[in-house]
Design a protein around this ligand. Structure first.
Ligand SMILES: C[S@@+](CC[C@H](N)C(=O)[O-])C[C@H]1O[C@@H](n2cnc3c(N)ncnc32)[C@H](O)[C@@H]1O
Length: 406
């Protein structure tokens, strides 16, 4: 059965991530904000997806986009469905994507639905809509993915409406804990959001990799966000950074992660008293010259991004920063090329500078990737130019560059 994904703030990133993990043919974009996936929702490892905010199983596809007709269908089919839920008060919620309807109308539909379900003898609590779609926090708070929860999604697809039932939503709390509670953070090296780290990893790991063992390297590991997120996906990790302090930070953060309930790794009892035991490798190293041993199979990294800027700098400063970053990253690519197996994949978040609304200054090395020995991987469902993570008020954006060693 197909599943339905609601994509995050930058849908192209979510689409590329899905395409990387599941293959181009299995992913079908739906309008701007969603995708159908030819995989049953129970087989999707939702926790590792940084670019999708809801996962639903597809219930049906209606040949209409007229909300009144959708409502008619719901009023007829819901009582039957409610009978199949376990006993207890039902939690109901409705989220609409791309259909022409007001929040008031959705609420009215919800109340009518509540009434027909109540007539079957079951009590119902309706989650009010402040907007057309319920956000993840509201879905979690109102228990809509619990055993007696029922969040219905209505997603416009051309002249049709896909109806789905949410099975998972992005757990914002868990991301916040991972980000804020780890012992070592450093605002100076920037704060890589865990969601973006997941996307970077998933773009580095292709469909053929997810079934076999991967050894992932982050050669600019900083405080270790990429390594943490990869570990949570049960991937073996290796990190290096030029600054000894950063290596210590990563080490401390990774040992902290081990103690978190969601960590898939456990310290073997025979090493209980061994303070030197590690489940990852981290060491000091200049990425432009380092020798990584053992050889990693994929590289996922947020590279050096240059100075942080709060306003667009003058041309001279910008050009100098771009040239510094370009030099380090190009040298790194040249160095690691000789150490990677042919076909090895890399996903690098490299800097691009927002110099006008949605206009970017890119690194020069993008024009000479073949000369350095790499092929840039493009996606069917997302343009290269869309693979830039940024917020409108940010100057330094992160361009996601996916490469394959020639
Ligand atoms: C943008 S930060 C990465 C932050 C990281 N993603 C994290 O989770 O904290 C870039 C890192 O690259 C490191 N760096 C800069 N030049 C380097 C080089 N030539 N070799 C290795 N690391 C370098 C810096 O010390 C910094 O920690």
């Amino acid at each position: 059965m197909q599943s339905l994904l609601i994509l995050g703030r930058q849908p192209a990133l979510g689409l590329a991530e899905l395409e990387s993990l599941f293959g181009m043919g299995a992913v079908h974009p739906v309008e701007r904000s969603a995708a159908l996936l030819d995989i049953d929702s129970s087989d999707v490892d939702f926790d590792r997806l940084g670019g999708s905010i809801k996962l639903a199983s597809v219930l049906t596809v209606l040949d209409t986009t007229d909300w009144r007709k959708v409502e008619d269908y719901l009023l007829k089919s819901s009582p039957k469905h409610a009978e199949q839920l376990p006993e207890g008060k039902m939690q109901l919620g409705l989220s609409v994507y791309g259909l022409r309807v007001t929040t008031q109308h959705i609420m009215a539909t919800g109340l009518s639905l509540k009434k027909v379900i109540k007539q079957t003898g079951r009590s119902v609590r309706l989650t009010p809509n402040k907007e057309l779609e319920l956000n993840s926090a509201s879905v979690i708070h109102n228990n809509l993915t619990g055993p007696t929860g029922w969040e219905l999604l209505f997603v416009r697809s051309g002249n049709q409406t896909i109806v789905g039932q949410t099975v998972r939503v992005q757990d914002i709390n868990s991301y916040t804990v991972r980000d804020r509670d780890r012992p070592k953070r450093d605002t100076r090296v920037g704060m890589l959001p865990p969601k973006l780290a997941q996307i970077i990893i998933n773009l580095a790991v292709s469909k053929s990799d997810i079934t076999k063992g991967v050894y992932l390297l982050d050669p600019f590991c900083g405080t270790g966000v990429v390594l943490q997120e990869a570990s949570l996906m049960s991937i073996d990790v290796y990190g290096t950074d030029i600054e000894p302090r950063m290596v210590e930070y990563t080490d401390e953060n990774m040992m902290w992660l081990l103690k978190q309930p969601e960590s898939p790794v456990r310290r073997p009892p025979e090493y209980d008293d061994d303070p030197s035991w590690r489940y990852f490798k981290v060491e000091v190293g200049d990425a432009t010259t380092h020798n990584w041993l053992p050889m990693p199979s994929v590289v996922a990294s947020e590279t050096y991004l240059g100075k942080p800027f709060t306003a667009v700098p003058g041309n001279e400063v910008l050009n100098q920063t771009a040239s510094d970053c370009n030099l380090i990253i190009k040298k790194f690519l040249g160095n690691i090329r000789t150490q990677l197996p042919r076909g090895a994949r890399l996903c690098l978040a490299i800097p691009a500078w927002q110099i006008g609304r949605g206009q970017f200054k890119h690194l020069q090395l993008l024009d000479s990737l073949r000369e350095v020995g790499y092929n840039r991987i493009s996606f069917e469902h997302a343009r290269d130019s869309e693979l830039i993570y940024f917020r409108e008020d940010q100057i330094v954006a992160r361009e996601l560059l996916i490469l394959e060693k020639l």
